[in-house]
Write a protein that binds this ligand. Structure first.
Ligand SMILES: *Cc1c(COP(=O)(O)O)cnc(C)c1O
Length: 449
């Protein structure tokens, strides 16, 4: 099965045909979800001893399995955080797959690592981080946050006075669930900081919490630059001030919202991000890269190397070299060159196209906000900072929101699941797809009348 035959060539053509046709679809079908029983009926026993051939395997995927997966790039997929890759990024993912690149080390993947670092540099420049900043692309924001926090703790413990072992993280309740996950993995404690009336973490509230619990017990503060539920950007500047005052690591989670750094209309909201010790943004969210891709950046990458480099006799040839090995900056060893599709698209399209595409989604969000405000039966819950809009349908019980959402999906008209805040079920649009139009928004809002 490692040979290249006429049959392999034919399969290659089929695979490329399938991929090209999927990328050309406009609109893409939303497709739907299904049950194990339904898939058993068509795909049970797909793996057998003799194999059924690539063409047959592709057909199984194309005709059955793919239809049971939602298209996250559908213009009315507005749940969670969607993923709308550029055509260039999606296509280049095929190239990465075909290239057998090990991108954990410079020795093995210099060309890929160089290119990934260029893409990281673009993000570091947007954030205003120094020339010496660096990191790597990891699987997602969860691993990015965990890796940054592991580095924060190692650094804090190294610097702490004798007998002091910082074990706490300060964050708001609006911080992403992956922060709580990181705490569980690390056996650390998350202390919640109250938010202001705009749902933001502020320096003043942070200082009060640090003083109450003892600042020396904290190894990191996590601010969010674009919370997942509301798109709230914390008061980064005043938080940075307090972190500097107490000498605590300042991590900014921009997994979703970090992309807004490239949009002039909202850039001012991020003031202070340049003072962070670590920063993440998921290009698979609002920077139009395919899953899965998180950019993880450190102000001082050497601190991450101390925390993360794996040492073993069989790795000495890599770890003894002075090279930039992406694997040294995060949890994990083997890595796909997952930043390459993003890099390719940046090179191909230019960064202005990114700014335009992000601004376009912000404009659609502002339009949606106006339309919600205009309609008697709807009400904005919190003015949108970025491209997430949370609103209320007056008179609806939780069951009404769910029935509306289920109906949209069943008719393949949209995927818009409800969220909740302070115990109240609410509607939420997360708009990161430049193909989401005003007509899409109007149709969804009309369906709630
Ligand atoms: C999505 C998200 C994460 C987690 O990222 P994954 O890529 O899903 O692991 C972390 N923080 C924020 C703010 C997010 O929106």
């Amino acid at each position: 099965m490692h040979g290249f035959t006429e049959e392999t060539r034919a399969l290659g053509e089929e695979i490329l045909r399938y991929a090209a046709e999927r990328l050309a679809l406009d609109p893409v079908p939303l497709d739907g979800t299904t049950t194990v029983e339904a898939l058993d009926a068509v795909a049970a026993g797909a793996i057998n001893a003799k194999g059924r051939g690539g063409i047959d395997a592709l057909r199984l995927f194309e005709e059955h399995l793919a239809l049971a997966c939602l298209s996250t790039d559908h213009p009315r997929y507005l749940s969670f955080i969607p993923c709308a890759p550029t055509r260039e990024a999606a296509m280049f993912d095929l190239v990465v797959g075909a290239s057998s690149i090990y991108a954990g080390s410079w020795l093995e993947g210099a060309g890929a690592v160089y290119a990934e670092n260029q893409a990281l540099r673009w993000i570091a420049d947007l954030a205003g981080l120094p020339e010496t900043a660096g990191g790597s692309f990891v699987q997602g924001g969860t691993i990015g946050n965990l890796s940054a926090l592991v580095t924060a703790r190692a650094t804090a413990r190294e610097r702490a006075a004798e007998g002091v072992r910082p074990y706490r993280i300060a964050a708001t309740v609006g911080a992403h669930s992956s922060i709580a996950t990181a705490c569980r993995v690390m056996d650390a404690e998350q202390v919640s900081v109250p938010v202001n009336d705009r749902l933001q973490l502020t320096g003043d509230n942070l200082r009060a919490v640090l003083e109450e619990h003892g600042p020396e017990t904290f190894f990191a503060v996590v601010a969010t630059s674009g919370s997942t539920n509301f798109g709230v950007i914390d008061e980064l500047d005043s938080i940075a001030e307090v972190c500097e005052e107490f000498g605590i690591w300042f991590h900014v989670d921009g997994a979703y919202g970090g992309a807004g750094l490239a949009a002039p209309s909202v850039r001012g909201k991020y003031t202070g991000v340049e003072r962070c010790d670590s920063f993440i943004v998921d290009p698979h969210k609002w920077l139009f890269a395919p899953f899965d891709c998180c950019a993880l950046l450190y102000r001082e990458p050497s601190l991450a190397r101390v925390a993360h480099t794996q040492h073993a006799s069989y790795l000495d040839v890599l770890t003894d070299a002075p090279d930039w090995n992406p694997t040294d900056y995060s949890v994990g060893l083997t890595r796909r060159a997952r930043g390459l599709p993003f890099w390719f698209s940046l090179v191909a399209n230019g960064t202005d196209a990114y700014t335009e595409a992000i601004e376009q989604t912000l404009e659609i969000t502002r339009f949606a906000e106006q339309e919600v405000t205009r309609r008697e039966y709807l009400e904005v819950v919190r003015e949108a900072d970025l491209s997430v809009l949370v609103f209320r349908r007056r008179g609806w019980e939780p069951a009404d929101y769910h029935a509306w959402s289920d109906g949209l999906l069943a008719r393949e008209e949209g995927f818009v699941v409800p969220t909740s805040h302070d115990g109240e079920t609410l509607a939420r649009f997360a708009i990161v797809n430049p193909r989401t139009t005003r007509e899409d928004i109007l149709a969804l809002l009309d369906s709630m009348a």
